[in-house]
Design a protein around this ligand. Structure first.
Ligand code: GLV
Ligand code: MG
Length: 293
């Protein structure tokens, strides 16, 4: 199981912030060449990213890069600068259809081969952040075997719709839910939009909880202070793990006695409840393995 609970954006032109990112405990450091880099800094950011992807990987971090969208004319050069053995994946914004995802895949293929990497080893995380992308979301999620997750971008989405963006996010509830359902249907992860009010930790926790309840498996961070809360929200809580262990133990007893359901604390436990407990324990194991590395 690949852990993608927290992915922190670091602007690709800021070497001092990339240096600090060596110590971040996010599952992924997402070096950004897109919207956190001003237009005049794009070329510089590309060169900084070229140097920093290997440095962050050497510090033990999993590194991905968000490149600029296909219509900017910058994508190919950026991919060429960063694809190599130290890069785990590429994220690309503002695509609107399966074609955009397949085009990114076609650009990545030869660069991956030239770097001597296994075909398909560079993963892809497309952003769903326009009305058209939301309508096409399942076909985008399923457009390439490189796709390991899709990301919902509420900032660009609300811009595209011409609506106000709020911290409560009621305005994006429907598309946000659609992205999570499509991700699950395509068997890829669902990554939630960053929460921009980074000085409000309790609002971040509420927002992340909401996303988890919609089926999101992780969330982007824009500030290191957000990482722990995101990791905690998208990993099971201790009580959840303890309960799942009790479910499994009671289930094994019931099975041995030839029963297909049982009563645990006044609640019925049957196959779906057991599957949920198994999935939760698998996630807890993956987290424990990662933190013991
Ligand atoms: C992120 O890229 C967003 O548009 O919210
Ligand atoms: Mg965006």
């Amino acid at each position: 199981m690949e852990l993608l609970r927290s992915l922190i954006f670091v602007p690709g032109n800021r070497a001092n912030m990339l240096e600090r990112a060596k110590g971040f405990n996010a599952d992924v450091i997402m070096v950004d060449l897109e919207d956190s880099v001003p237009p005049g800094e794009k070329a510089n950011a590309r060169e900084v990213a070229r140097q920093w992807v290997p440095q962050l990987a050497r510090a033990g971090r999993k590194v991905m890069v968000r490149v600029n969208s296909l219509d900017t004319g910058l994508t190919r050069e950026e991919l060429a600068a960063v694809i190599g053995p130290d890069l785990a994946g590429i994220s690309i914004g503002k695509g609107e259809s399966a074609w955009d995802v397949q085009e990114a895949d076609r650009l990545i293929g030869p660069l991956e081969a030239a770097a001597g990497l296994e075909p398909g080893s560079v993963k892809l995380i497309p952003w769903i952040e326009t009305a058209r992308a939301v309508v096409n979301v399942y076909s985008m999620a399923a457009a390439s075997p490189r796709v390991i997750a899709i990301a919902f971008g509420a900032e660009d989405f609300t811009n595209d719709m011409g609506i106000r963006r709020t911290d409560l996010g009621e305005e994006v509830q429907a598309p946000r839910a659609m992205v999570a359902v499509a991700a699950r249907a395509a068997r890829v992860g669902a990554l939630d939009s960053p929460f921009v009010a980074f000085r409000d930790p309790s609002a971040l926790r509420q927002d992340a909880q909401k996303a988890r309840q919609l089926g999101y498996t992780g969330k982007f961070a824009i500030h290191p202070s957000q990482i722990d809360a995101i990791n905690q929200t998208f990993g099971p809580a201790e009580e959840e793990v303890a309960y799942a262990r009790r479910v499994m133990a009671a289930w094994e007893q019931a099975q041995a006695a030839g029963r297909g359901s049982l009563d645990l604390d006044g609640k019925m436990v049957d196959v779906p409840v057991v599957k949920r407990a198994q999935n939760l324990l698998a996630l807890a194991d993956a987290i424990a393995r990662q933190s013991s590395r």
